[in-house]
Ligand binder design. Sequence first.
Ligand code: SF4
Length: 124
Amino acid sequence: MLQPPHSSLQVAAVPAQRVPVRDRDQDAPWHTEAVCRRDEAGLFFAPSKEPTAARLSREEAAKRVCARCPVMVECREHALLQPEPYGVWGGLTAAERRVVLARRRRRDIELKKAARVERIPQAG
Ligand code: SF4
């Protein structure tokens, strides 16, 4: 079983097909400094059928842990690049990461359009 930095009893509660794939950089230096390596409180992943109010409260608590984590930037980029579909990573929920990724995609499209316009020879 793959072990996240915030290796948690809660992860075991996530159905097998929903367990994030984090093993690829298990030995990455940032992993060793993760504040959440032992997530006894199960803050980072939702238990099944979690009520909305409980989810919001849990996610805010997880974000407070992330806020004091020395590897938050590395963790966040990892979660965006994989991308990790579940859990709080780098201070962002899965929904927040989807927003960031959508913004990046739009930015990339705009940059490609701009590059194409620059390559079009000017008439006259
Ligand atoms: S930023 Fe948050 S999720 Fe990422 S390693 Fe640190 S505490 Fe864990």
